[in-house]
Design a protein around this ligand. Sequence first.
Ligand code: FES
Length: 191
Amino acid sequence: MRVDAGLAAVQFSNPGNVGEAELPNFIGRSASFACGAVARVSLHVDDAQRIVDAKFKVAGCTVLVAALSVLTERVKNATTAEAAALAEDLETIERGLGPEVAGRGDCVLLASEALLEAIRAYSDSARDHWDGDDALICTCFGVSERTIENEIQTKHLDTIAAVTRACNAGAGCRSCYPLIEDILEEVNRKS
Ligand code: FES
């Protein structure tokens, strides 16, 4: 993820994307017990899994506000899988925001968690409403239960990381982790 210095400066002095996404259909929240900050991200995700709009509300410090502003701007028009990858790239977000965030990784993490929660809400919903023949496990990358079972059986996989390397399942928002774990247990118990 690339965050240019000009954009970062704007996020500190005049953050964009404050408020509620147009026609929001997924919400994510995060909170810090340490400092009391709370963040809320709303997304409008279309039928093609693309984020049409992203906005945030927050009660917290300027670093948290700037991080949310950058993240919500960057994920517009991204797929939810792309957005999850952006949200997890904390190092690049911090670097892009500049020296103001030195030692403030927890604030950036809080911003990332709110966005990831909203993406996970989308993934859970899409999985629940899936009506294909094979059960859909990883919404981010469209990986079915049968594909994951085949990968585990043929390649003798025993960890989620190995499954992710083999077929991409779990490489986005990670809401499918518990399901992949169950499949791993089931397949390896039988073999
Ligand atoms: S559903 Fe997002 S990584 Fe699998």
